[in-house]
Ligand binder design. Structure first.
Ligand code: MRU
Length: 369
């Protein structure tokens, strides 16, 4: 996707120094675009933990590149049999909810098995990171093509009026490598000339919607309006939302989805107002080992600081200001679970299915065994 007409991905290997991986540091967006150079496993882990990068698919790819950096910069006499599991564990501990992180690390570990020469380990990790990144791009592109059909149908059924789509958090290209998941059908529709307008939930406390989704859509020229998180229900009651599309950090085998906190409330409001509620996901985000999302998906608890302080621009400088009484405690769960019964359909790289084990298994029979 483009920023000021220049094409970017969210993560890439440096062309001049192969011991460096570049990322877009998302913390300053939309006001500051910073390219950060990661030079070690620890820097990669910190970038995930402290949300320089975020979003399920991008977290997974960053973890793969962090493994590569760790192997590349390790001394020659490293004991790989202890180094590799320790590196995997350090990365697994960065964020608990997005399953891409664990799926990708499992893939890296399996690919490294049985190898003991540094050159070979480095090459394997590097190739796998590139493969996972390319796979994500291709999955997201295909999600867009499948989701496009839903938007086209709504457009035709609405007498060719602009299609109003509500989204929560940032499940855009900044959360992936390119295209995004929830945004991919939106970009595909916009690029095809179908008039779309996006209601962008600000997504407290870190405001990924107001800061990142709005930035992406603005850069691509997609009409959008930023709204407070509490407005969605009212808009739905007044027929101002034609569909909701969100992303997911972990989808259980029966179609429950964990996504950014507040997603569940949007699903309830959509259900009550007969607004179709779609979840867009690459198969890397499915956790086949879990059936009950509410019981079994680990929900990240983050610092209350994120609730108590808000970041903005003052005279060209980013500033955090205190919002609450300094003494008031704050509780900050990062995700909630939307039960499958509230999901109209899952938009995957292989097509659209019911949010159920039968639906997912029909599309991905080889993964569910
Ligand atoms: O805490 P974040 O910003 O990493 O949460 C991201 C989300 O909840 C996204 O909606 C989700 O990862 C889907 S991204 C394609």
């Amino acid at each position: 996707m483009k920023i000021q007409n220049q094409s970017y991905r969210t993560i890439w290997l440096d062309t001049e120094d192969e011991g460096v991986v570049n990322i877009i540091d998302q913390r300053g967006l939309p006001h500051q675009l910073t390219i950060e150079q990661l030079k070690s496993l620890n820097e990669g882990a910190a970038a995930i933990r402290e949300m320089h990068v975020r979003g399920a698919p991008l977290i997974g790819v960053t973890a793969a590149y962090s493994m590569y950096l760790g192997l590349y910069h390790a001394p020659e006499d490293t004991d790989w049999s202890t180094f590799i599991p320790a590196a995997v564990k350090a990365l697994q501990e960065t964020r608990p909810t997005a399953v891409d992180l664990f799926n990708v690390l499992q893939r890296v570990q399996t690919a490294l098995e049985g190898r003991s020469k540094q050159q070979e380990l480095v090459k394997t990790a590097k190739d796998l990171a590139a493969e996972v990144a390319e796979e994500s791009v291709s999955f997201c592109r295909d999600i867009g093509l499948h989701g496009l059909k839903i938007i086209e149908d709504i457009y035709e059924n609405n007498g060719n009026e602009p299609v109003n789509i509500l989204t929560h958090c940032n499940a855009g290209w900044m959360a992936c490598i390119d295209y995004g998941t929830a945004t991919s059908p939106i970009y595909a529709a916009h690029d095809k000339g179908i008039p779309v307008h996006v209601w962008v939930d600000e997504t407290r406390p870190r405001n990924q919607g107001a800061r990142i989704t709005a930035f992406e859509l603005k850069e691509h020229g997609v009409p959008h309006t930023v709204i407070v998180d509490n407005l969605g229900g009212h808009l739905m009651q007044h027929k101002m939302v034609d569909m909701v599309i969100v992303g997911t950090d972990r989808t259980t085998r029966n179609g429950d989805v964990a996504n950014k906190i507040g997603t569940y409330l949007k699903a309830l409001a959509a259900h009550d107002n007969d607004v179709p509620f779609y979840v867009a996901l690459p198969s890397s985000t499915i956790d086949w080992t879990i059936e009950n999302g509410l019981k079994d998906i680990p929900i990240e608890k983050r610092s209350g600081h994120e609730v108590k302080y808000i970041q903005g621009l003052e005279q060209d400088k980013l500033k955090q200001v205190l919002l609450t009484p300094a003494e008031s405690p704050a509780l900050n769960y990062g995700f909630d679970v939307t039960p499958a019964r509230l999901v109209t359909g899952l938009i995957t790289e292989r097509g659209i299915c019911e949010a159920s084990e039968a639906g997912l298994s029909a599309l991905f029979p080889e993964l569910n065994d």
